[in-house]
Design a protein around this ligand. Structure first.
Ligand SMILES: [Zn+2]
Length: 388
């Protein structure tokens, strides 16, 4: 069974061999989908025959968003905390413990229903690949069950036992690090692809983060780091040194941090929803791009500091507030996310890639930034299957 999506007014391939610029942009294009994969890309006039035809009506088609940073296994919400913060109180890492208490008290079914809701919410907005972290259990059992549940919905699961020190260990953080690198890691590693640490004042320092990431890597998990979000710290340098796939947040960077990201293989993942929702200064994407770093955009969807699942929102904010061009922001939300997850089969529309496609109700991908807050999803395909 093959499907030809024709009459595509503007096609973002993220493969420069197909079209102009880094987006590999084609106009008046078509895409052939076969067996869940992209089989052909090119000018509409040269399209091959297909079993089924979809008329894109001159609208824009782009790769489904790759959201490489989200925290979706949790219970409860933090409306009151957000309300208080928007009324003048500042954000600290400590609020995570509120969600930990609610998450521990929830049943597996409640957690999975919540997760399913958010994955579908993201899908309706064009996100076809989403990463999901643990980190609201902070016991051996609760972290392992978070990852068990998440792994039913995504292959991109991240062990974040080191989100904050569990409340039971406040007086003995070293014992908690021993748990995270020992029994908890043993229980979680079979369900996770990645290991992550919140390297931040009030969470884990550089030495602790190094110990946790190294222990995870020894079990085959690939490091990624919550780095330099609220203050300058050692997270970015550590991420690059350990060959982490991604350093996430990157809000407070020295020139040495920017150089390290530009010369190393670690993607700088920017999460503007967090700065938006905590009324904090945005990371400087322009500085990173000018230095030559690879930049990804993600939602950081979580109930405390960034309760959005909208990649389009992140694109709009990145363009308006962080010095990104619309092309750069769309690349970062698709191909950039794929780089941050070390995926070569998503984030692009090219023969062999997964047919994860987003058709916009707009003539150009630029509308994602030009029309902020407007739902622009016309259709989504995931692995070649029409999801909506
Ligand atoms: Zn996060």
């Amino acid at each position: 069974m093959s499907t030809l999506i024709g009459n595509v007014g503007s096609l973002v391939t993220n493969d420069p061999s197909h079209g102009s610029g880094p987006l590999g942009l084609l106009t008046d294009a078509a895409v052939l989908v076969e067996d869940g994969r992209v089989a052909w890309v090119g000018p509409a006039g040269q399209a091959p025959a297909a079993d089924e035809h979809v008329d894109a009506q001159g609208r824009a088609l782009l790769p489904g968003f790759v959201d490489s940073h989200a925290h979706l296994v949790f219970a409860g919400d933090r409306t009151a905390e957000f309300n208080a913060r928007m009324s003048g109180r500042s954000y600290t890492a400590g609020g995570i413990r509120t969600t930990v208490a609610a998450t521990r008290a929830a049943t597996d079914a409640e957690l999975e229903a919540n997760l399913t809701r958010f994955v579908n919410e993201a899908l309706r907005q064009g996100t076809t690949t989403i990463e999901c972290k643990s980190g609201y259990g902070l016991t051996v059992e609760d972290e392992a069950r978070a990852l068990r549940i998440a792994s039913k919905h995504t292959t991109e699961t991240t062990y974040l036992g080191a989100h904050v020190v569990a409340p039971e260990f406040t007086d003995d953080p070293a014992a908690y690090v021993a748990l995270v690198t020992g029994e908890m890691l043993d229980a979680c590693a079979p369900h996770a692809r990645w290991v992550d640490v919140f390297c931040e004042q009030g969470a884990f320092d550089g030495d602790q983060a190094r110990e946790i990431l190294t222990a995870g890597a020894a079990r085959g998990l690939i490091p990624r780091v919550h780095a330099n979000q609220l203050h300058h710290g050692p997270g970015v340098q550590l991420a690059v040194e350990l060959g982490a796939a991604s350093a996430d947040h990157c809000t407070h960077l020295t020139d040495a941090d920017v150089d390290a990201l530009a010369s190393g293989g670690t993607v700088a993942t920017l999460l503007p929803g967090a700065e938006f929702s905590t009324r904090a200064p945005y990371p400087d994407a322009r500085r990173l791009l000018d230095a030559g770093a690879t930049v990804a955009l993600s939602t950081d969807c979580n109930p405390g500091s960034s309760f959005t699942s909208s990649m389009a929102f992140c694109i709009a904010v990145a363009v308006r507030e962080m010095g990104m061009t619309p092309d750069q922001a769309v690349w970062a939300a698709t191909a950039g996310g794929a780089r941050a997850l070390r995926r070569t089969d998503v984030g692009l529309i090219s023969p062999g890639a997964r047919a994860d496609l987003l058709l916009l109700d707009a003539p150009s991908h630029v509308h994602l930034a030009y029309r902020p807050g407007v739902p622009l999803t016309a259709a989504v395909w995931q692995g070649g299957v029409r999801a909506l």
